[in-house]
Design a protein around this ligand. Structure first.
Ligand code: ATP
Ligand code: MG
Length: 345
């Protein structure tokens, strides 16, 4: 199969230049012709310049109400104004282990199980089998059953990228090229008539590309995905703002951004005990209660066409996947201020 579209007939493009010498009068002429007012009762006795014929304005597309799709991730839709806007492309970013793959799988899995929307998962960083096993063992999400039923395609793009063979049904052929990747993504979307797509991750796809090439790749990909009517998560592990303070290219191209954070923080239960101690007049030895716990947060830095939360929202990963608290977090600094005020009293 050739991925080259250079062989298309030149006259396919309605806006392409046509050599006037090739004009065929038998086809009729729609332009401004001399004599076209003959025999139409035209009276030129009181001649006044005739206004040029009005150009036909192309019909303006009707403004459509934006459609929302539920993510199925508890708490998420509330922080993006009621759900992701359909047919748009979003950047899901965060450091290693932040929960990007879990969020993405939950989005696709719920699409099939709850909202009757098929999906495509393009894996570029782990094998399809690893994805199936991780998601089944951690959350009981059986991707394989949905593959067998024709609801989802897991496209293996990692094997050929690494120059390895693959026993997968849907695989990007070797040698790996971006053209073949784009072709196979389209093929996968058509195979299951997908409405949700995940590309995990952009970083693996963009290796060795210049900033300019990367931008044009993402723009092309975005156009393809939108033309198929797919709501898409592009996963990225990279920090959005480079060390030089420049925004990364994908930020400009996508319609919205979802950012996941995780870091170690002092345990909340330790703080509560400290507060209780203070109220009971006990000595305060903060060190004795210091305990670190991994804290996860999600924020929406950008979402075109909708209002959205401006807060960082805590979330947890449990046996059901990701759950987000849609109320904004009361920060530790605020709790400390309250605590100190109590001490003075
Ligand atoms: N059943 C579970 N319960 C709680 N936490 C879990 C469970 N399964 C996985 N996790 C957490 O999720 C993390 C992995 O999440 P995920 O694979 O989505 O990260 P990621 O952002 O895709 O990372 P990477 O960039 O490395 O691919 C694990 O490191 C672990 O902390
Ligand atoms: Mg991942």
């Amino acid at each position: 199969m050739s991925y080259d579209d250079q062989g298309q007939p030149a006259n396919n493009d309605p806006y392409s230049y046509q050599d006037p010498s090739q004009y065929d009068p038998s086809q009729g002429y729609t332009g401004y012709e001399s004599g076209s007012y003959e025999n139409q009762g035209y009276d030129n006795s009181g001649y006044a310049p005739t206004p040029p014929p009005q150009e036909q304005q192309p019909a303006r597309p009707q403004l459509q109400q934006l459609q929302r799709i539920p993510s199925g991730v508890p708490g998420f839709d509330q922080i993006v104004g009621g759900g992701l806007i359909r047919d748009r492309v979003y950047l899901l970013s965060g450091p290693a282990g932040a929960g990007k793959t879990i969020f993405s799988t939950q989005f696709l899995y719920n699409g099939i199980s709850k909202y009757n929307e098929n999906g495509v998962y393009v894996v570029l960083e782990e094998t399809p089998q690893q994805l199936r096993e991780n998601m089944y063992n951690s959350f009981g999400w059986n991707i394989q059953t949905y593959e067998d039923n024709g609801n989802i395609v897991v496209l293996d793009a990692i094997s050929s990228r690494l120059g390895l063979s693959s026993a997968e049904r849907y695989v990007v052929p070797r040698p790996f090229t971006l053209e073949s990747l784009l072709y196979e993504i389209q093929n996968a979307i058509q195979t299951v008539n997908a409405r949700r797509v995940v590309i995990d991750s952009l970083d693996a796809m963009s290796l060795e590309l210049t900033q300019v090439d990367l931008r044009s790749l993402i723009q092309r990909l975005t156009m393809i995905l939108k033309s198929f009517g797919c709501t898409t998560l592009l996963v990225s592990g990279q920090a959005e703002t480079t060390s030089q303070g420049r925004k990364s290219v994908e930020e400009y191209v996508v319609d919205g951004m979802i950012r996941l954070h995780h870091n170690l923080e002092e345990s909340v239960s330790g703080e509560t005990t400290l507060e209780q101690n203070a109220l009971q007049g006990n000595s305060l030895e903060e060190d004795s209660f210091s305990m670190k716990v991994r804290s996860r947060k999600i924020e929406i830095p950008k979402m075109r066409g909708t209002s959205h939360s401006q807060y960082q929202h805590p979330f947890i990963i449990n046996e059901n996947g990701i759950e987000i608290k849609s109320e904004p977090e009361v920060t530790k600094r605020l709790r400390r201020a309250i605590f100190k005020a109590k001490q003075v009293d």
